[in-house]
Design a binder for this molecule. Structure first.
Ligand code: PLP
Length: 368
């Protein structure tokens, strides 16, 4: 993490200080009021909860500092992704979507956008920087992709997409704005599931859209207000609290993931370890250039489905659960969601457990 990012983290932790009056609570409140005192409708900061709430705004201020961009929050990562895609597309428009990215984004495109007349073209993450972008309105990428951890070059994709007249959206969920900065690399829009590392405790669903294009942000805000997909105050408050420790959690998680990935790569029962931080990983060169940490997700294979299930059942420090980025390590066979991965492929999210305790439990489970 570079010094500029660290300075952003420091200022995020004090973002409310400028507005505090003596005696004000230091912590943002959970203000769930649906409606506001409205003797007149002109010049009011708040009128009705679907248009804006103080608790979202506190979180949007934090996210805005980290992204160095305007941020609009949503009740889930998919809520944010839907908003960005609906704001950027329309009937007759073409979108490039990763064939190996988060499967729900693919289903949203195939089952919803396509029925509204959007032309959906699927491209593998590793081919997207050289794909034919002619006629595309949106090039949507996810890097590193979930679950395969393939990486694409955001700057290269952005310059080719812009030359073709398209805007670039990046799902930055696996990295967060602390480890990868798509907007600085030329992308137009970031979408992310704050459900994962930013909230960080597996106790809330949340998402946001970030962009430096005021017209695009206005369309996303309009979509939120008109569609009614608005976050709740309590959920926003949980993310506001969780994100304060994001940097220290990432530091532990990335360091542990690097150690675990190296040991998995040397283990005789394990094949095809994917971690962008391993020097032998096919993504390593691009990852090193555009990421300021290699993340906390590892992909690896055991011999078959039964071996993989046994490992997950026998390891007491890996929660058998979907999702990632929480305090606890978690893992699952992604094939159960229909991802195009081998039967024995496990996606592991490394948590905050002291790494030697985690590795000892994993090593014992691998011997089973
Ligand atoms: C989890 C995830 C999402 C969706 O987030 P939700 O909060 O579950 O809606 C989107 N993209 C990626 C890469 C994810 O991992």
């Amino acid at each position: 993490m570079d010094d500029v990012t660290k300075a952003r983290v420091a200022s995020m932790l004090h973002h409310r200080s400028k507005t505090l009056q003596p005696g004000d609570p230091l912590v943002a409140g959970i203000i769930s009021s649906a409606t506001y005192h409205t003797p007149d409708v002109a010049n009011l900061s708040h009128v009705y909860g679907r248009s804006g709430m103080p608790t979202w705004e506190a979180l949007e201020a934090q996210l805005g500092i980290l992204e160095d961009a305007e941020c609009v929050t949503f009740p889930s990562g998919m809520g944010a992704i839907s908003a960005a895609l609906f704001a950027g597309l329309g009937a007759g428009k073409r979108v490039l979507i990763p064939s190996d990215g988060y499967y729900v984004t693919r289903l949203l495109s195939a089952q919803v956008l396509a029925t509204y007349g959007v032309e959906v073209v699927e491209v593998a993450t590793r081919d997207i920087a050289t794909a034919d972008m002619t006629g595309a309105a949106v090039v949507y990428i996810e890097t590193p992709s979930n679950p395969g951890l393939e990486v694409c070059d955001i700057a290269a994709v952005s310059s080719r997409a812009h030359a073709a007249g398209a805007i670039v959206m990046v799902d930055n969920t696996t990295m967060t704005p602390l480890l990868q900065r798509p907007l600085d690399l030329g992308a137009d829009v970031v979408v992310a599931a704050d459900t994962k590392a930013p909230a960080g405790h597996s106790d809330v669903l949340f998402g946001h859209v970030a962009s430096r294009d005021p017209a695009f942000i206005q369309r996303v805000c309009d979509w939120r207000r008109l569609s009614g997909g608005v976050p709740g105050a309590f959920e926003a408050w949980l993310v506001h609290r969780g994100i304060e420790t994001l940097e220290v959690r990432l530091e532990r998680m990335c360091a542990s993931a690097g150690m675990v990935a190296r040991r998995l790569a040397e283990h005789p029962a394990v094949t095809n370890v994917r971690y962008p931080g391993l020097s032998q990983d096919p993504s390593h060169a691009v990852a090193k250039r555009q990421m300021s940490g290699f993340g906390f997700l590892i992909g690896f294979e055991l011999a078959d489905a039964a071996r993989a299930e046994r490992f997950l059942t026998e390891c007491p420090l890996i929660a058998q659960a979907t999702s990632f980025g929480s305090t606890h390590s978690s893992g699952e066979r992604r094939v159960r969601w229909g991802d195009a991965v081998p039967q024995g492929f496990i996606r592991l999210s490394v948590g905050l457990e002291p790494v030697e305790a985690l590795w000892a439990a994993m090593a014992a489970a691998l011997e089973q």
